[in-house]
Design a protein around this ligand. Sequence first.
Ligand code: HEM
Length: 420
Amino acid sequence: MEWQQYELEREQRLANARDHAASIPLEEIDVGHWDLMRDDTIWPYFERLRREEPVYYHKDSIVGPFWSVTNYELIKAVDSDAEQFSSEPTIGLNEVSAEDSASSFISMDDPHHAVQRKAVAPVAGPRNLAALEPQIRGRVVGILESLPIGETFNWVDKVSIELTTQMLATLFDFPFEDRHLLTRWSDIATSPRKAGLWDTVEERQRELNECLQYMTRLRDERAKKPGGYDLLTMLAQNEGTKNMSPVQFLGNLLLLIIGGNDTTRNSISGGVLAMNRWPEEFKKVKADRSKIPNAVAEIIRWQTPLAFMRRTTTRDVDLAGTVIPKGERVLMWYASGNRDESVFENADVLDVDRTNARQHLSFGFGVHRCMGNRVAELQLRILWEEMLERYSQIEVVGAPIRAISNFVRGYTHLPVRLHV
Ligand code: HEM
């Protein structure tokens, strides 16, 4: 399907969703249903929840009962209150075993969380990133120079995935020729069985064990070598992390691989899509490159690569007049907070000059705020600088295909043609 045709049909779908969202009883709204995300029609449902019940209990959701928090200020309030809203046992919707629950620091509360985060945080800090910038730029240029001009290709495969994979290899100082293993492990860990990457639980576990063995070997080598700013050296040499159990080591590796993979990948694809929907914005950044950093923040707001994070109440909590009982699943819908009109005017639209774009919630808020946010921004900034240098247009020529997930807001396919 042509892009224009896709856009017309999308408008129609959205108009239908607006009517539907306005007419059904609140209890029929299920923002946990992945179809709403896949069809990109979730927005009017969020809008209604924000307006009528920003703290809402979905008792009959397809994913089982949970609470939605949908407005900007309340999401911040929940994310800032780790005592009453715990990240344990998990930040995902599905319940996990006790062993898996303590397997990475994103799903731990302080003080354990803080110790492990502190050990690896420097890799994503300003000093390390400044040192990595020339290497990242070199890799971005290498990828862009290999792309065909005037021919249709899948942007997701050739650019978004390739670039994030190379970036991860840089952060881990991972053997470059084996870098595709990183994407493979991330995909295996995050894909549901129905996506077709694995058939049996044993098969999945076998591949994850391969990841563990490969990484353990690298870590043991690095433990003996002094210095080094890559993630594995840090995990190997830091007091807080060097004696982790295999389950914890694997959990933290997967956190770092997944954290840096799907999210950045989908911001890269989402940015190109949004610049096609609002071509004036592309012209503005093309004419004035100093707008790129703000445009990057705005792309990350607009895309919101992770739709939510989950918390679990540690006691009965009164949130804006609604009592959430102890032990309940609470989803902070960043995707909804980022479209909250009381904070972001014309929130559905990409606006590279938006003055408060940086206040988006895509990286979360509070003690778990994304550790790799500067890495992601750096990567996107360099990519846009190099793309604007080379191309007069990055034209989307057909329908994007979205991932089937209520959590990762992403794309598997984006047909693009480059013009110089
Ligand atoms: C646009 C790209 C990215 C987005 C939207 C994103 C989003 C998020 C979000 C929403 C959280 C949870 C925040 C919370 O619970 O309050 C998070 C945590 C985290 N992210 Fe990212 N992320 C991105 C890129 C990255 C990259 C590139 C890395 C690694 C290099 C990374 C590593 C992590 C880690 C380790 C955590 C756990 C932090 C903690 O629990 O203290 N992320 N990210």
